[in-house]
Design a protein around this ligand. Structure first.
Ligand code: AKG
Ligand code: FE2
Length: 311
């Protein structure tokens, strides 16, 4: 695939979360979210064994026989909240993306016990639960950076009222130059917390033209990125940035994103605290489930989804 102007590794901020409340650390988080839309965190509160366990569980799921995994496919799954599939929107794509995934939308522990595959259920629940601490820290800091000093229950629900965890499996590809792992897109989340393995292959669009910047794997780190919902709610101050994953000719790769989202029934728009002070809103109010439907109706198309909410 065309990867013009690949910028050397190491440009994306790496933020040490051990003193996350320190004003300097908080500033580096907010700056990273507005300038890069992407950063990595180290020394966070998600224990390394939780990360190792979820990686093992991901391999264990994808190692299952095809007929077992297919029980969770669109045709066979007993619930829309559990979905095994290939590519992104096969019906809308010219060429399929070289990726299998298991997508788990969290409703309750009871539903997870009843519906999620047992080879990965506990590990995903644990990864989500432990990540919640870090998600709350990041959101608190990011809101403060917008002068939103109180994250009350309603605001917390708006920012992180629903969560989806995907287990991504990118099998090695005989002709990697003919396809992609994931095409150019921005996430529709508030924030995405992504665990990647040591293979590499995730690139984000740089600020200039056709620059693509590699997100280098760092053991024990988590990749954080701003999604469209936070770009909208921050009235464009925090940016969701286009990214893509290349197909790999010699190695399998896995990644495990948690998409931290508003609830489907929420209306999202620039936060009232921001537009109260005569700042002009640049996005309109949209029902989050409509936004998601718009995203999934089409093949990956860069940053186009957000046009749906532009004024
Ligand atoms: O696998 C990765 O590194 C990124 C995956 C991704 O962008 C996504 O699932 O939205
Ligand atoms: Fe993504």
């Amino acid at each position: 695939m065309c990867m013009t102007n690949i910028v050397p590794q190491g440009s994306i901020p790496i933020i040490d979360m051990s003193n996350w409340e320190d004003l300097k650390v908080a500033k580096s988080i907010c700056d990273a979210a507005s300038e890069w839309g992407f950063f990595q965190i180290v020394n966070h509160d998600v224990p390394v064994e939780v990360l190792e366990n979820i990686k093992d569980a991901t391999y264990n799921f994808f190692r299952l026989p095809a007929e077992v995994k297919n029980k969770y496919s669109k045709e066979h799954s007993s619930s829309n909240n559990v979905r095994f599939g290939t590519s992104f929107t096969p019906q809308a794509e010219k060429a399929l993306e070289w990726k299998d995934y298991l997508s788990l939308f969290y409703v309750s522990k009871e539903e997870a016990s009843a519906l999620w595959p047992s080879v990965c259920r506990e590990q995903v629940l644990d990864y989500m639960k432990k990540s919640e601490v870090v998600i709350k820290q990041l959101l608190q800091v990011l809101m403060k950076g917008l002068n939103v000093n109180e994250v009350d229950e309603a605001k917390e629900s708006l920012l992180m009222g629903s969560m989806r965890t995907n287990l991504n499996y990118y099998p090695k590809c005989p002709n990697p130059e003919l396809t992609v792992g994931v095409g150019r897109h921005s996430d529709v989340s508030t924030l995405t917390i992504l665990l990647q393995d040591e293979i590499g292959g995730l690139f984000i669009r740089g600020n200039e033209g056709d620059d693509w910047i590699h997100v280098p794997p760092i053991k024990g780190s988590l990749v954080i990125n701003v999604g469209d919902a936070l770009q909208i709610m921050s009235n464009g101050r925090y940016r969701s940035v286009e990214h893509r994953v290349v197909a790999n000719g010699s190695k399998n790769r896995i990644s495990v994103p948690i998409f931290v989202n508003p609830r489907p029934v929420d209306m999202i728009e620039p936060l009232p605290e921001l537009v109260a002070n005569s700042e002009k809103p640049i996005y309109k109010q949209v029902l989050y489930s409509d936004y998601i439907k718009h995203f999934f109706r089409k093949a990956h198309d860069g940053k186009k989804t957000i046009e749906f909410a532009e004024l």
